[in-house]
Design a protein around this ligand. Structure first.
Ligand SMILES: Cc1cc2nc3c(=O)[nH]c(=O)nc-3n(C[C@H](O)[C@H](O)[C@H](O)COP(=O)(O)OP(=O)(O)OC[C@H]3O[C@@H](n4cnc5c(N)ncnc54)[C@H](O)[C@@H]3O)c2cc1C
Length: 389
């Protein structure tokens, strides 16, 4: 896919479609789900039925074959129009591991069913409690026994595990002390969770300050057929890393959508709310933070678009994707803070949705990668500073 094709009409149509879907799922819907920490099944189904989550799957496997930048526009629109794609964004991009590194047989077996929504591949088991960001220190082990691997260990923050049929799992196949480089000896598996839940996989939800359906996942002698190994044994970290730029760009797009939502909400309220006999938006103390949030959103959006364009052109984009995620997550957080302040007391009242979106916006400076690790990456790889860890 190259950026020479003009997708602007497609993006306009998709934004209209997403806008119509989001109208059917207003603030009351999200508030109720948030209160109960319930998965937004109906919203995800509506996006699935319209094929929006299959945007990036090539047409030969039943998807729309759209480039990353268009996927990013879908996610921007979902967040801009008041939805939250956190419940299902991984269905859009986790399949990339299978698409880029899976065998032809694996692609033919899984991708069409993922495209139709029949199979949900939205669980991504990488993070472990003992390793955190230091992925090469994970200890979940997959030991080969004949035609299967036996997996033992634990993951944490495995989001949407309860709402997935398949999980992309990273495990050690060679212990860290037996490999030449710590990046070796890790392998990726496509785990059929419907079987695994009956045979060694236990899922325990983690309650968080946001409604994110995230979990601890335990593996106790869980068998995985050798046919479900993705690519070559021992090369898994490379496969996982290759998907991370796309993920960062897409998450950054969600942050842009959030920032736009906060800016519109604040702008409308600032025009409407009268104190001391005039609209609060007439005060520069209210105007300027809204204008500043707009400036941050607009400039981060340029970076998101730039990172997506480089990704589509097959150019290196690690720095751009990481910085797009960092800048967009900060822009949305600053916009969230501005919005709460603009609303005054009503900024913390549930019925305006501002406090909920404020909580939701905070996540993206932590996950899928925290800001410090982005700065370390840029310091080392872009600026040639010594590695800090
Ligand atoms: C709601 C939620 C959903 C998630 N979903 C998934 C998922 O689906 N799948 C999955 O695999 N993971 C998931 N994650 C995990 C997420 O990717 C990690 O939380 C994130 O990468 C940060 O890792 P950590 O929480 O282990 O923090 P740690 O690695 O423990 O770090 C803690 C703090 O120390 C800082 N720090 C650590 N090392 C350094 C250093 N060398 N220099 C400077 N600062 C440092 C970090 O930046 C961070 O601020 C999710 C997390 C959350 C909260």
């Amino acid at each position: 896919m190259t950026s020479s094709t003009d997708y602007s009409d497609t993006v306009t149509q998709l934004r209209d479609t997403v806008g119509r879907v989001c109208k059917d799922f207003p603030g009351e819907y999200w508030r109720a789900k948030d209160r109960e920490r319930c998965y937004p099944t109906e919203f995800v189904q509506a996006l699935t039925d319209l094929g929006l989550l299959a945007a990036l799957i090539p047409e030969e496997f039943g998807g729309s074959g759209l480039p990353l930048s268009v996927g990013a526009e879908i996610l921007k629109a979902i967040h801009e129009f008041g939805g939250n794609a956190g419940a299902c964004h991984a269905q859009m991009y986790t399949m990339g591991t299978v698409l880029r590194h899976g065998s032809q047989a694996q692609k033919e077996q899984y991708l069409p069913q993922i495209a139709s929504g029949e199979l949900r591949l939205q669980a991504f088991g990488v993070t472990e409690p003992g390793a955190g960001t230091d992925t090469t220190s994970i200890t979940t082990m997959a030991v080969r026994e004949g035609e299967r691997y036996i997996v033992n260990g634990q993951k944490v923050w495995t989001s949407r595990a309860e709402q997935s049929d398949l999980m992309v799992l990273l495990a050690r196949t060679t212990p860290k002390d037996q490999v030449k480089k710590r990046t070796e000896g890790l392998s990726v598996f496509l785990v059929d969770m419907r079987e695994a839940k009956k045979n060694g996989m236990t899922i325990k939800p983690i309650r968080t300050m946001i409604n994110h359906s995230t979990n601890e996942v335990f593996f106790d002698n869980m068998p995985v057929p050798v046919a479900n190994l993705i690519g070559e044994e021992g090369q898994g970290l490379r496969y996982i890393l290759s998907g991370m730029n796309a993920e960062r760009i897409l998450i950054a797009a969600e942050c842009i959508g959030d920032a736009r939502w906060f800016i519109k909400k604040a702008r409308d309220y600032a025009c409407e709310r009268k104190v001391f006999g005039r609209a609060i938006g007439q005060n520069q103390g209210i105007q300027f933070p809204i204008a500043r949030a707009f400036a941050e959103m607009l400039s981060s959006n340029l970076l998101v678009d730039h990172a997506a364009a480089r990704y589509e052109q097959g150019k290196p984009c690690g720095t751009e994707a990481n910085l797009a995620k960092m800048m967009a997550s900060e822009a949305s957080w600053h916009a969230a803070d501005m919005c709460v302040q603009t609303f005054g007391g009503f900024g913390v009242a549930e019925e305006y949705d501002v406090e909920r979106k404020f909580r939701e916006a905070r996540l993206y400076q932590i996950a899928p990668i925290s800001t410090n690790l982005i700065l370390s990456f840029v310091a080392e790889h872009e600026l040639g500073l010594p590695r800090s860890y």
